[in-house]
Design a binder for this molecule. Sequence first.
Ligand SMILES: Cc1cc2nc3c(=O)[nH]c(=O)nc-3n(C[C@H](O)[C@H](O)[C@H](O)COP(=O)(O)OP(=O)(O)OC[C@H]3O[C@@H](n4cnc5c(N)ncnc54)[C@H](O)[C@@H]3O)c2cc1C
Length: 483
Amino acid sequence: MVDVMAFRKFKPGNATHLSVDFVIIGGGIAGLACAVALRRVNHRVTVLEEDDVYTLEHGRSGPCRMPPNLSKILYHWGLEDEVRAIAIKSESISLLLYETGELLGKHHWDDEVMKETRGEFVFTRHSALRRLLYDVAISCGAEVRLNTKVAAIDPEERTVTLEGSGEQLRADVVVGADGLGGLTRRILHHASEEPHMGAMDMFRHDNELGYLPIASTTVARELITADPDLAYLYDQEHTTMFNWFGHGHSVLGFPIIDGSEFGLFIYGPSNSRGGSWNTIASNTDLEAVLGTAEPKQPSEIGKVSSEADMSYSALDDWVHKSGRMVVVGEAAHPLPPGSVQATALTVEDAAVLAKLFSHLRTEDQIGSFLWAFQDLRQPRCNAVMAKEAGIMYYMTMPPGEQQQLRDETMRAKRDAGIGILQASDEAEESPEWAEIKEVFGYDAEDEADNWWVEWGLLRERSKGVDVSYGVPSPIQVERAISS
Ligand SMILES: Cc1cc2nc3c(=O)[nH]c(=O)nc-3n(C[C@H](O)[C@H](O)[C@H](O)COP(=O)(O)OP(=O)(O)OC[C@H]3O[C@@H](n4cnc5c(N)ncnc54)[C@H](O)[C@@H]3O)c2cc1C
């Protein structure tokens, strides 16, 4: 039972003039974030999710990084206290060599710079964030139907058919938040596109609870601190994320929730293909991957059992030609598993979609708002995806000139006592840091507002629509939501 009072600081947005029905397929982070965002502006929302509540809360869950461009959205929605309750603030990063354990350098996040982004960099567990969004979605009036699998979609008719019962639901807008292997992606996929196979696989860990609480791996703090070789992971002045760079391998590790657990993403080549977050990888595969790791990594703890691969193809269009179906999240823009921006982009999608639909006055705007969503989101997601691919390469570079330059540059900064993202010459900031700031500083809702002011209003005026109408206040929206 959701305690509605638990979200006392929840802030509704400006309510739409025309409320319509959204059916969202998939109750992952993208689907639930869309549900919250659309309810904030008073659209009617039904989420259809095949998982049950136990899976949603405990299932297949590993660490999740929430960069400032994500946390700022949730803070803006009034969920700052709730996010703080499930996350730990990242304070610094240490980069090490995978094969030898040498510390190449550190960087402490500058509080002032972080403040500029209006968010925080925090670490949590995937299931904790999903559960939070689920509770908020329900408390603000979304209908979330768990154990409900969509068997078919007819975007022209705007209907979805449920597996088992055959029940049909009709919506004004169908949102595909059903992930990389979902139905909506297949509807929009062009047969000519060749699947792109990522160079890396990602392994996940099975703990005592068996198959469920995984996604890469999480290890209890006590296990780590009890091991003299690993205690340094917690024995730091600041909450630190560790990133080991190896030849074709990399490991990311960081404390999550309140620091009581340590999350790991382990990258490396594997023989098996075709997995997802749900498939089990063999321990032998992981042992092979970690073969070249220096011994002080926590990857030695526990057994590994799952694997996700990264095969996907890019979609040209995220909107169906009917103008009534759109894809969001991983269904639209899959990122390598464990990427820093994978979850953030999905929440940005939700914020932008809802901002656009807060301006809905007539049904004929639906198509143009969905295309505007694509126009706004594709360049941003493509730019972030390119950066993530670059990061992946940087972390796993083969030995050679580039790798030597990478390591030498860091060692020089380390020896000079400066942060690895700081500029080493007169320049105020390093290009790496400028790039990170740009991604972190992005404000999805501002982008949607800018679109409306620059293009949306213009279109309305050109159609002879009076756009001098007032915008309802958040109080009015709150009343509408609770009525
Ligand atoms: C099981 C699972 C565990 C994950 N764990 C982690 C993690 O620990 N750390 C991390 O950083 N990232 C994790 N991810 C990835 C992360 O969720 C994504 O990178 C990002 O949050 C975007 O997710 P999404 O909501 O777009 O897609 P997804 O997370 O893939 O969610 C899609 C949802 O749609 C549902 N669905 C699909 N088809 C249907 C259908 N026909 N009918 C009804 N429902 C349907 C699925 O059950 C799923 O809940 C996980 C993903 C999954 C699916």
